[in-house]
Design a protein around this ligand. Structure first.
Ligand code: WTA
Length: 639
């Protein structure tokens, strides 16, 4: 935290005393029965621990070395040949899992579909052949802009199968965000759909994609999934229907999976940081597969008969790791659900759990807070007895929300896995395992193999109960390898504050029992409803409006969304402050960056507080907004 920043939030958790011990049955059925001894071994013999894990996967060629370090660059399982799709799909088709359900999908319009491992395998193979027919080959990037429908999984898996790098852009982002991400990745092919459903309305993905593509002439091919069937613009020279391609004569349902080096790139996923330019986080086939395989298994205790539902969107890291790759590598049945939890009825999610007898359910604190508003009557109307384990991710969970989730959804039987991790980490880093006693508001302890700590400003470990910077002191297999095309930014962002420790970007504390409590970000990232947004990105979107001269954005604590977005706007001369102008500026952010980035509040101001060098001091705006002391303001100049 910056000097002068308040730490009240830490104090407010100190009174929490309730501890929830797992039942005998939960412990007996856990893969990890004795966390302490496994953890001790995993740190003492770190490479042996990961080597043992990696042996559960199938490699075309066994690796020569577990870890090759050139800090801050790390390579895992070097010399090995693997493909994550071989482990997530191909090998199950040659086993008793062949006819097991791989994906159960629920559309928001009441339609649904499911895939067995065999049928998913065939669909992915056909898609791989189609991509190849368009000239996509190993090392090329493909951008995917799709809603939460099975074709997003098919597209990602097909890319990985041929060795192409997928770059999924969340379908809640708009034209400029999509364009920037296509440009940075240099994709020649885009996979999108005619739309998707959200809250009973159609999200016009193809129209947004067309707008983005007007600035990216190097995209020569667009494959469009027919999801809604409504009329959308179609460019005969560039656009193809997914279903027509799939049914073309000669498109085979077999495909020889590309044998990749462990360190070959698997995907880029853009995430927000301090500057306006999103960071292309790069993950690779080998280490990523190993990390998400074991975290899914140990934390959700996935068994062969389990039906698992992660209610995130595949467009974010949670969806990549824990809707698609993690559960499939473990041979589980993964549930995908399109659209809103509240449409057509507010108990939609509980109906789905009942209908498919979901055993493991993973969502965000924002979703739980939203659902809590309707009271426990709604979940109580449904049979949730299939549930065994619950999960939470994306933002800190308030203890009272944790208790509600535990009582009314888990019926005091199901442990809650509050998983702390990041796009950059690829996998859970700090999390309980089901056999661990739980404390509401705490994300538990470091996952085996992960040496996490809290540092003060100088890099000394902070004593219990003292807040500081969350760091990871050793590398892990599924860590990002770099920021795509920006090694310098990788080093500066994560490895420059401390020597040999990864700076996560969060503030946190540990209690006397070693439980971690994550408080918030140290950079200009805001978590809004669990979505990761950069204040600089929103500011860039604000100034695309003709009336806006300057802007500054801050996050404000919000009861439902965790944080809300507040924007301060200085108008250009000649523009009059008005309600309609304000609404127009707000809508423009939705149009350029995405509806999730629309400011909740916009305030017109005459000037913004700045340092002498002209940097906007968002910290001061935040302190003022929250009625806190403004710290040292001596370097501020009001224009
Ligand atoms: C926050 C999401 C508290 C944190 C997987 C982190 C959390 C950022 C938790 C990464 C949690 C994630 N408790 N905070 N259980 N999980 N965060 O990249 O600030 O979208 O740094 O990855 O979310 O967000 P990202």
């Amino acid at each position: 935290m910056k000097k002068g920043e308040p730490l009240e939030a830490f104090e407010s958790l100190s009174h929490i005393q309730d501890v929830y011990k797992p039942s005998k049955e939960v412990v007996e059925n856990s893969y990890v029965k004795d966390y302490d001894s496994l953890y001790e071994f995993s740190i003492k013999e770190n490479q042996k621990f990961w080597d043992d894990v990696a042996k559960d996967l199938e490699w075309y060629r066994h690796y020569d070395k577990v870890l090759y370090s050139e800090p801050p660059f790390y390579k895992w399982f070097t010399g090995g040949k693997i493909n994550i799709v071989h482990n997530a799909l191909d090998r199950h088709v040659n086993s008793s899992r062949k006819n097991k359900l791989a994906i159960i999908w629920e559309g928001e319009d009441g339609t649904g579909r499911s895939y067995t491992y065999l049928s998913l395998h065939k669909e992915v193979n056909r898609m791989a052949n189609i991509l190849k027919s368009f000239g996509i080959k190993k090392g090329d990037t493909v951008t995917i802009y799709l809603p939460n429908i099975p074709e997003i999984a098919v597209s990602m898996l097909a890319c990985a199968k041929i060795g192409a790098i997928h770059s999924v852009v969340y379908a809640g982002f708009s034209a400029t965000a999509l364009k920037d991400r296509i440009m940075d990745a240099g994709s020649r092919l885009l996979i999108t759909s005619d739309g998707g459903y959200r809250g009973g309305k159609i999200v016009e993905l193809k129209k947004i994609a067309d707008e983005a593509l007007s600035g990216t002439p190097f995209v020569k091919t667009v494959i469009m999934v027919r999801r809604t069937g409504h009329d959308v613009p179609f460019d005969e020279s560039r656009d193809f229907y997914y279903d027509e391609l799939m049914n073309r004569p000669g498109i085979a349902s077999t495909f020889k999976t590309e044998e990749m080096d462990s360190e070959d790139p698997l995907f880029i996923l853009y995430t927000s940081g301090t500057t306006g330019k999103p960071k292309g986080i790069l993950h690779v086939h080998g280490g990523y597969a190993v990390g998400i395989y074991i975290t899914s298994k140990y934390v959700f205790n996935i068994n062969d008969n389990d039906t698992y539902w992660c209610a995130a969107d595949p467009g974010w890291i949670t969806g990549h790791s824990y809707i698609i790759y993690g559960p499939l590598i473990n041979g589980a049945t993964t549930v995908m659900v399109e659209g809103s939890p509240y449409y057509p009825t507010c108990d939609r999610w509980w109906k789905i759990i009942e209908k498919h007898a979901v055993n493991i359910f993973y969502t965000s604190p924002t979703a739980i807070r939203g659902i809590m508003r309707f009271g426990e009557e709604l979940p109580n109307k449904h049979d949730l007895s299939s549930l065994k384990i619950l999960g939470s991710v994306g933002e800190p969970i308030n203890p009272e929300v944790w208790r509600w989730y535990y009582k009314h959804i888990g019926k005091e039987r199901c442990p809650i896995m509050d998983t702390w991790w990041q796009t950059e980490s690829g996998m859970f880093l700090i999390t309980p395992v089901p056999s661990m006693p739980l404390k509401p508001g705490s994300c538990g302890k470091p996952f085996p193999g992960i040496d996490a700590d809290i540092f003060d400003e100088e890099g000394n470990p902070a004593p219990p109960e003292k807040g500081g910077y969350l760091v990871i002191k050793n590398p892990w297999p599924s860590m990002m390898r770099t920021i795509y095309k920006d090694e310098k930014r990788y080093i500066e962002t994560y490895f420059s504050k401390y020597k040999n420790a990864y700076l996560a970007g969060d503030t946190a504390k540990k209690d006397k029992d070693g439980y971690f409590y994550v408080m918030g970000r140290i950079d200009d990232v805001i978590k809004v409803s669990g979505y990761r947004l950069g204040t600089a990105e929103i500011e860039s979107a604000l100034i695309t409006h003709e009336a806006v001269a300057e802007s500054a954005v801050i996050g404000k604590p919000h009861k439902l969304k965790g944080n809300s977005i507040k924007a301060f706007v200085v108008l250009k001369p000649g523009f009059e402050k008005s309600e309609s102008l304000l609404e127009n500026i707000r809508e423009n952010v939705g149009h350029t960056l995405g509806p999730i980035a629309k400011p909740d509040e916009i305030e017109f101001v005459d000037s913004l507080p700045k340092t002498r060098s002209g940097k906007i001091m968002r910290r001061v705006l935040k302190a003022r907004e929250m009625g806190l002391s403004e710290g040292d303001l001596s370097t501020i100049e009001e224009d």
